[in-house]
Design a protein around this ligand. Structure first.
Ligand code: SF4
Ligand code: SF4
Length: 398
């Protein structure tokens, strides 16, 4: 079989952060030491080879870069300082840009100035929009729902979320095509029922990040888990808040009244007082994210672990956006409880600007995309295994 090579692949991957792949002399230590490499899915040495030989087509159709959690074991033991963990990370950036049909991910990853321009532009545009939409909020006491009508936040949030979800889903379909394409010798017909049956695999890996627990670096697994768990708490907190309010108010005055209070007139956060268990969970999630963000900032500055040795600009932007989102959220909460009206309104406006920028730049086009692609990669592997088993059983029954 003919394999097309791209002699510029190593140079292309350098733009995504893989600066040391050509140092590798293929001793194989990294693959031996990697706790997640298996007989069926071997890495990272194979990918150092792909880079050196320019085997771009192989890389494009590979799922293995998503199986690496950058625990750093391979990089620590590499005798050539080729940093295979960072090379795998760079390949994830490269694949993310490939799956993204808009082409923005490629620009964000390969041009620092474009990345900063998009982030700053989005931040400022959101801030201006919020300030233009603000109502007549009182200054002698805090009424956040009068600063920005609640319906704007909820309906705008839903539209924004739906738009992001649509774009992510489209990219996931492209990922699936890349992963299952290009392997004609291993062609497997996958029935739709198998995709549905294995959806639990995606959910399980998305929530648990269980594969990471097999790495020797338990500290990184715990920090990663805390981060994922905290973001899930924030996401469900927002949804749960609206659902509980609809139910409570519907019981008093009917469904229409429930929907009206939840989406239009209700006072934000009136449901969960300071020591309500759900509020305490939110505090714990905030503390966990703050801890991980500060620890990562210090780690990247001190370059303590292989993971932190070659920080890409998107790593810094992501940390800055997460830190900014949490910090302004915290400020809004504190100012509101102290009843500092103007400070509450402006910290909330900044908070919204950080959220939008984080979700668009971080989640859609850069660093955060792995949170979705990785569990989907594990899901596609499982789907393929199940379909193969079905196919074998079918042939055996003839
Ligand atoms: S340990 Fe280093 S030199 Fe050896 S195969 Fe892995 S990347 Fe290459
Ligand atoms: S960083 Fe960890 S998970 Fe990734 S390839 Fe190296 S040893 Fe394996």
């Amino acid at each position: 079989m003919t394999i097309r090579v791209n002699p510029n692949l190593a140079r292309t991957l350098q733009k995504f952060g893989a600066k040391t792949a050509t140092h590798c002399f293929h001793c194989g230590n990294c693959t031996v030491v990697c706790p997640l490499s298996t007989d069926d899915n071997q890495f990272p040495r194979r990918f150092m080879r792909y880079t050196q030989l320019g085997m771009e087509e192989k890389l494009k159709h590979s799922v293995e870069p998503w199986l690496c959690y950058f625990c750093g074991d391979c990089s620590r033991l590499c005798p050539r300082q080729a940093n295979p963990g960072e090379v795998m990370m760079s390949m994830r950036r490269y694949l993310t840009s490939l799956y993204d049909w808009t082409g923005l991910s490629l620009k964000v990853y390969t041009s620092k100035s474009f990345e900063y321009m998009v982030a700053a532009g989005l931040f400022l545009a959101t801030l201006i929009l919020v300030l233009l939409l603000q109502g007549n909020a009182p200054l002698d006491h805090t009424e956040l729902q009068k600063f920005i009508p609640r319906s704007y936040i909820i309906v705008g949030g839903m539209l924004f979320g739906a738009g992001l979800a649509g774009l992510v889903l489209f990219n996931i379909c492209r990922m699936q095509k890349f992963i299952t394409g290009g392997q004609p010798n291993q062609y497997v017909k996958i029935p739709v029922s198998v995709y549905i049956k294995e959806l639990g695999t995606f959910l399980y890996h998305f929530v648990s990040q269980n594969k990471f627990s097999q790495c020797t670096n338990r500290g990184r697994y715990i920090k990663h888990f805390l981060l994922v768990f905290s973001f899930l708490v924030f996401a469900f907190y927002a949804g749960l808040f609206v659902i509980i309010e609809v139910v409570q108010e519907s019981l008093h005055g009917g469904l229409i009244n429930g929907l009206k209070v939840a989406f239009v007139t209700g006072a934000p956060h009136a449901l969960f007082p300071a020591f309500h268990p759900i509020r305490l969970l939110e505090y714990a999630a905030t503390a966990a994210v703050l801890y991980v963000v500060i620890e990562s900032f210090i780690g990247r500055i001190a370059k303590r672990e292989p993971l932190h040795q070659d920080s890409h600009s998107t790593d810094w932007t992501f940390l800055f956006l997460v830190g900014g989102t949490i910090f302004t959220g915290l400020l809004t909460h504190i100012f509101r409880n102290l009843d500092y009206a103007l400070a509450t309104y402006y910290s909330f406006a900044l908070h919204l600007a950080f959220i939008v920028t984080l979700f668009v730049v971080g989640a859609l086009f850069a660093k955060w995309a792995h949170a979705v692609y990785r569990p989907f990669a594990l899901y596609f592997i499982k789907v393929r295994e199940t379909a193969l088993k079905l196919q074998r059983d079918e042939y055996a029954s003839f």
